[in-house]
Design a protein around this ligand. Structure first.
Ligand code: 2PG
Ligand code: MG
Length: 432
């Protein structure tokens, strides 16, 4: 491989107008690439730490000038002129240079920007598509395209908290291609926007990821409105289009109780509430149904939901191999939500993916609520043959960058779209 000539960091803005980090990586042969990193709002406490400037006079302390300066300064100094055997060596050296367990010294945002920009520059240098290069990091080839899970309705931290849960997503479960899945998502989204206007008397206001966010009276209205929108779009709920939910329960848990409207639910009651949804709605995946540290209740959640729905861990797992191992051993989940910036380097995210797949879990590659127009996530989901991808809604360009890239990859590769784990209509108690 050509040696690395330079790394340069820059502060740029994400889809919420908040600073984030972009890195430019130049190789000695002339190949160069940019990559930028996303940022969450409903973050898990075990996530690697973004470095923020903390100056209250500027972007409420959220500036990323220090992280960007580390890229152009210390990281560049340590890496320029060197050759790396592979991505793993590059990432290992980044982690060693930082020297902290949570990447807080140089910043997980700086480290991930470097890790991604290096991968993209090497792919360009090799003359291969980024998805092929990502697959090569696992010693694999791309085998399938991920099934889309698309944000329709939003609540929780992404929508001002009008309902406790964060997202109701649609899953075009029988679509044979990304192209068809997106056209179905458009039809359902339009129907949902009309329904919002009729039922709540307001234009379609959207949340951080473009999901519609009317004043739902409760979480179950989000599910029944989603079913109504699927029907109004001329599609069959549960057969053509199923539902996924990100409960994001960490964010309404006080350590003992879940604050559910005016109710206080204990863990067992929360599990029963979610299990009841599977009988009444075509829900095929439940993410963070319990809080990230409510470990003792997760096995019960798994027993009650699986195999009818995926039990997907986000805050619970934080793309962290140690937490994933614990969840596998305690049978606490059946699927991993993989967010590369939760762990901070590509190689560690690859380790997380290997662990989860090795346990027979499904994997959803996910964007963050604060995104940029960069589209590497689509290549990652294809290269790592993820089962699902979660990008957000279909109305904002930082989301469309990923969907459009998936469309391009689909037409270039003709890879098959992965089947949903089981036909939802057969598998769930929900009668369409
Ligand atoms: C999530 C993500 C994306 P955030 O909880 O799954 O929807 O949100 O990036 O705010 O953590
Ligand atoms: Mg989540």
């Amino acid at each position: 491989m050509n040696s690395l000539s330079s790394l340069t960091g820059r502060e740029i803005l994400d889809s919420r107008g908040r600073p984030t980090v972009e890195c430019r990586c130049v190789l000695s042969g002339g190949a160069w690439a940019l990559a930028s990193v996303p940022s969450g709002a409903s973050t898990g406490s075990a996530e690697a730490r973004e470095l923020r400037d903390g100056d209250p006079q500027r972007y409420l302390g959220l500036g990323c000038r220090t992280a960007a300066a580390h890229l152009s300064g210390e990281i560049h100094q340590a890496f320029a002129g060197r050759s790396f055997a592979d991505q793993r060596q590059f990432d290992r050296d980044l982690i060693e240079l930082d020297g902290t367990a949570d990447k807080s010294r140089l910043g997980a945002n700086a480290l991930l920007a470097a890790s991604l920009a290096f991968a993209r520059a090497v792919a360009l240098d090799r003359g291969v598509p980024l998805y092929d290069h990502f697959a090569g990091l696992l010693g694999d080839i791309p085998r399938q395209l991920p099934r889309l899970t698309i944000n329709l309705f939003s609540g929780g931290k992404h929508a001002g908290g009008q309902v406790p849960i964060q997202d109701v997503l649609i899953v075009p479960s029988s679509a044979a291609s990304t192209d068809v899945a997106l056209s179905q998502a458009f039809a359902v989204y339009q129907a949902a926007a009309r329904l919002t206007l009729e039922k709540y008397g307001m234009r379609a206001l959207t949340a951080d990821e473009g999901g519609l966010a009317p004043p739902f009276p409760d979480a179950e209205s989000m599910l029944s409105d989603a079913v109504a929108a699927i029907r109004a779009a001329g599609l069959q709920p549960g057969t053509d289009v199923a539902l996924a939910v990100d409960v994001a329960a960490t964010h309404f848990y006080d350590g003992r109780h879940y604050h559910w409207g005016s109710q206080r639910l204990d863990s067992g009651e929360m599990v029963q509430l979610l299990a009841g949804w599977l009988d009444r709605f075509p829900v095929v995946s439940i993410e963070d149904g319990l809080a990230e540290n409510d470990w003792s209740a997760w096995p019960e959640l798994c027993r009650c939901l699986a195999p009818r729905a995926l039990v997907l861990g986000d805050d619970l797992l934080c793309t962290n191999p140690a937490r994933i191992r614990r969840a596998i051993e305690s049978r606490s989940a059946t699927a991993l939500l993989l967010k590369v910036n939760q762990i901070g380097t590509l190689s560690e995210a690859a380790d997380a993916l290997r662990l989860a797949s090795g346990a027979g879990w499904r994997v959803t590659v996910s964007a963050r609520s604060g995104e940029t127009e960069d589209n590497w996530l689509a290549d990652l989901a294809v290269g790592w043959s993820a089962d699902q991808i979660k990008v957000g809604s279909i109305t904002q360009s930082e989301r469309l960058a990923k969907y459009n890239r998936l469309l391009a990859i689909e037409s270039d590769t003709h890879l098959p779209l992965v089947a949903w784990p089981a036909a939802p209509a057969e598998n769930s108690g929900f009668a369409p």
